[in-house]
Design a protein around this ligand. Structure first.
Ligand SMILES: N[C@@H](CCC(=O)N[C@@H](CS)C(=O)NCC(=O)O)C(=O)O
Length: 352
């Protein structure tokens, strides 16, 4: 079945800066999708009924394949929707070596990895940002960070205030870097980071943190506003304008309840052929993993307490795929290998 004909369901909530990465991408590539809106804190029974334990947002299902983590989601969409008239590529430059290196290797780690830009941005959430001082939100995020729900919150108003100076320095340094290098384009200025006519994945990879911070009013106007960083704000403004126009053109996402989404997913074909376990992969060797083994898979930076339990389907340098049992069937869950761990599920294996 063509990928086009499979249900594409985005589980997300509207204020998630990570979800915006995928929404922008889908709209810019003119890929229609369905959304299954989620609450900003657990529980999320809509996700649980797929048999998926992952607790972060967003997740994207394409047919019976469920993709975790926007780093993998964006790569998969690139692969599953090659450029065509119906789905124009973001820009040809995402195909060149500079673009690929900057996207999947360098910028992605810079913005997303633990301790990177997004994490600094969390400490810059303004003191009175709605929802962020709600004890339920703070307990939920403590759990996400692997702490007891009643532990002092590492992102309470007070904790954020204490970390703010350092986080501001980190973000300011990153803004200087973009302003004076890629966006400067050797003195001629550039509309997009790779000097292309349209934005590329590289733009999405970096712009989301700054758009999120600016929209929250997290950055001091005098030292980190448009006057101090005219190229960076110009770039953000162009990107938002383009993303908004693309959203209008692609039309609003269809909306599905958790049950509707699950029914469509379980009743669908897989989007990808079943892969294999690369026997030469160092982790596969060290763990003695084989296709069909019962394994656990989880992210190492946050939400680590929520571990996928299922049968190992495939493993490569790029991804780990497990088949998990949901309420009305099974789905294949794909996690990026970078930032995730896979281990044999010794307990489940001994209960066989
Ligand atoms: N590396 C992940 C990070 C995702 C992430 O941290 N998402 C936030 C929302 S923007 C989250 O899940 N927060 C906790 C939650 O909503 O449960 C990705 O690229 O998808």
């Amino acid at each position: 079945m063509a990928t086009e004909d499979l249900p594409i369901v985005l589980y997300h909530y509207v204020h998630s800066p990570y979800a915006r990465r995928v929404v922008w991408y889908l709209n810019l590539r003119k890929i229609p999708y369905t959304e299954c809106l989620q609450p900003p804190i657990l529980p999320r029974p809509d996700v649980a009924q797929l048999g998926v334990a992952y607790r972060r947002i967003p997740l994207l299902a394409i047919g019976r394949d469920v993709y975790l983590d926007t780093r993998l989601i964006l790569q998969k969409l690139e692969a599953l929707f090659p450029a065509s008239e119906a789905h124009p590529s973001l820009a040809a430059a995402s195909d060149n070596a500079e673009g690929r290196a900057l996207h999947s290797g360098l910028l992605s780690a810079w913005t997303n990895d633990a301790g990177g830009l997004f994490w600094n941005g969390v400490f810059l959430m303004p003191a009175d940002l709605p929802g962020t001082n709600d004890p339920k939100f703070l307990a939920d995020r403590a759990e996400m960070m692997g702490l007891p729900r009643d532990a002092p919150s590492p992102i309470s108003r007070e904790a954020r205030a204490a970390r703010r100076p350092e986080a501001l320095c980190e973000v300011a340094e990153a803004m200087h870097l973009l302003e004076s290098t890629l966006l400067a384009g050797g003195g001629n200025g550039r509309n997009w980071l790779l000097g292309t006519e349209r934005p590329t994945l590289v733009d999405i990879e970096a712009v989301f943190v700054f758009v999120w911070l600016a929209a929250m009013g997290a950055l001091p106007k005098d030292t980190m506003g448009p006057a101090a960083f005219p190229r960076l704000y110009g770039w953000m403004g162009r990107f938002i304008k383009m993303a908004e126009a693309a959203e209008k053109e692609n039309g609003a996402a269809k909306s599905a309840s958790g049950d509707e989404a699950a029914k469509a997913i379980f009743g669908s074909a897989f989007a990808e052929a079943e892969g294999s376990v690369d026997g030469s992969n160092p982790i596969v060797v060290a763990e003695g993993l084989k296709k069909g083994d019962l394994v656990k898979v989880w992210p190492t930076d946050s939400g680590s307490g929520h571990k996928e339990s299922g049968k190992l389907v495939s493993m490569s340098l790029k991804e780990i795929v497990v088949e998990v049992q949901g309420k009305e069937g099974s789905v294949r869950v794909h996690a990026p290998r970078h930032g995730f761990k896979v281990k044999k599920d010794v307990e489940a294996s001994s209960n066989l």
